[in-house]
Ligand binder design. Sequence first.
Ligand code: 9UX
Length: 70
Amino acid sequence: DAQTTELLIGGMTCASCAARIEKKLNRLDGVTATVNYATEKAQVSYGGGVTPDDLIATVEKTGYTAALPR
Ligand code: 9UX
């Protein structure tokens, strides 16, 4: 039932930014996220009613950009 995706994160300017984004994502029900400042990528497990668009919207509301890899 759980899905996983990578997100490409933009706009992080210090390592604490990654922690900020992780906390926001991990507040979503069923989401487990790790954000890597150095690689500017997030690894996210999600389920329930959460969609990749929800993940992206959450990152953007936090003040950063997010995109699915392609
Ligand atoms: Mo570092 Mo990021 O001071 O929002 S936490 S720039």
